[in-house]
Design a protein around this ligand. Structure first.
Ligand code: CTP
Length: 406
């Protein structure tokens, strides 16, 4: 995305171990074409030196209110006016408290009170601090002033605690800022409810064993992320995956094909566009053993029964909804995909040959062919999954617009 190209971003870095991530953030913003100026508190400089930020941003780093380089300008006011957007990362409990109360006793707090640019706050602190009532109240106050928060993640914190408080990853912060700059007219999916399924399903055999497949969820998560960037309200129903929830996306975690069926049916009515990229199990063990199956002499036979075909069911129920299916095949790719398109009453199917290099499971790329209900065929070159997602959603939107005209 090019949303950050040429944008003036003021990054305020306050003290905490996560300062090192702010250095990575500076580098990513720079690579996206943003003009980044960094301001640091003395505490932040205890973790990473200004020189690192100067090198990453290719700009002078501001550390002291009274270190005025240019007699004609007052640096903190000039910066406050210069910025298109301000981001505080990491934001300590201290800067959050100061901002909430209008305190301005150092370079960052004075600049933040002087700016009229939108301010994004990415907190990072110990999980107990994050849950503290005073901190929570201060964040609520700031939210009521229109400040935006980029929530911290959960996990092992540097202080040894496990909980919420870890600075959001630089990629996520970048994405939040990109999303902000996306203009309304570049959000063609605004007003649309998009439902995406992703990942594998897991079918239990006994308390220790299960059957699953090699889907990682990457394609579906990319679709959910891009759909949200394009303005849609996105619900992502995900089988077990290791992926993080995309920004602004409602995620429902499921395990089995049956769970996914129920979750999808529940959402279907209020959905405009369904993208079924999940690799749903076609069979599950007929019997789920409540105790671990013990080994015996000879072979073991597990009788499998069919799961419900979710997409076929949606095809039957479909009214205004636009349905996109996926067909991962290793032979006769297009022929099989076309059969699925017809049988399941889809509008569009994405066919890919899982045996082709760079396609299919666990890769970041995909080479696909699109087949639609009107007999059109589009073969795309090897693209990133995000690029496939983008093209696919625009394709679907164009067809939906045509449908409306008829
Ligand atoms: N699908 C589904 N519910 C199932 C199985 C598949 O919704 N129980 C969806 C997938 O999400 C995908 C499409 O149907 O969009 C794939 O079609 P399917 O015929 O099930 O593919 P395979 O299982 O790979 O096909 P087959 O074994 O028939 O080749």
């Amino acid at each position: 995305m090019m949303e950050l190209n040429g944008k003036k971003i003021l990054l305020c870095v306050t003290g905490g171990i996560a300062v090192f991530k702010a250095a990575a953030l500076t580098s990513q913003l720079y690579k996206k074409g943003a003009d980044v100026k960094v301001m640091m508190t003395p505490a932040a400089q205890q973790f990473v030196t200004p020189l690192t930020f100067q090198t990453m941003s290719r700009n002078h780093v501001y550390v002291d209110t009274f270190d005025e380089k240019d007699p004609k300008n007052i640096a903190h006011i000039e910066l406050a006016d210069w910025a298109d957007l301000v981001v505080i990362a990491p934001a300590t409990a201290n800067i959050i408290a100061k901002l909430a109360h209008g305190l301005a006793d150092d370079m960052i707090s004075t600049t933040l009170t002087a700016t009229t640019a939108p301010i994004f706050i990415a907190p990072a602190m110990n999980s107990h601090m994050y849950e503290h009532r005073a901190v929570k109240q201060n964040m609520q106050t700031l939210a009521s002033f229109g400040y935006r928060f980029i929530e911290p993640g959960e996990g092992l914190l540097a202080c040894g605690y496990v909980g919420k408080g870890r600075l959001a990853e630089p990629e996520e912060i970048v994405r939040s800022l990109e999303q902000y700059f996306l203009k309304t007219n570049e959000q063609p999916l605004q007003g649309k409810n998009v439902l995406v399924t992703a990942g594998p399903t897991v079918e239990v055999i006994d308390p220790v064993r299960y059957l699953t497949n090699r889907s990682t969820g990457k394609m579906g998560f990319a679709i959910a992320e891009v759909a949200s960037d394009l303005g849609a309200k996105v619900t992502l129903i995900a089988g077990p995956t290791a992926l993080d929830t995309p920004f602004n996306v409602k995620r429902i975690d499921v395990t089995s094909a049956e769970d996914m069926y129920e979750a999808v049916i529940n959402e279907f009515e209020q959905t405009d566009l369904v993208v079924k990229s999940a690799a749903v199990a076609d069979y599950r063990p007929k019997e789920v053993f409540s105790h671990k199956v013990k080994k015996k002499e000879g072979d073991l036979t597990i009788v499998m029964e069919r799961t419900k075909d979710i997409l076929a069911e949606l095809g039957k129920r479909k009214q205004h909804q636009f349905l996109i299916g996926f067909a991962a095949e290793s032979t006769n790719v297009e022929q099989f995909a076309l059969q699925k398109l017809k049988k399941k009453n889809l509008d569009l199917i994405v066919a890919n040959n899982v045996k082709e290099a760079g396609s299919g499971f666990a890769t970041d790329t995909n080479a696909v062919t699109l087949l639609d209900r009107n007999g059109n065929r589009k073969e795309w070159p090897l693209l990133t999954k995000h690029e496939v997602a983008h093209r696919l959603l625009l394709e679907a939107l164009a067809m939906m617009k045509d449908d409306k005209k008829q």
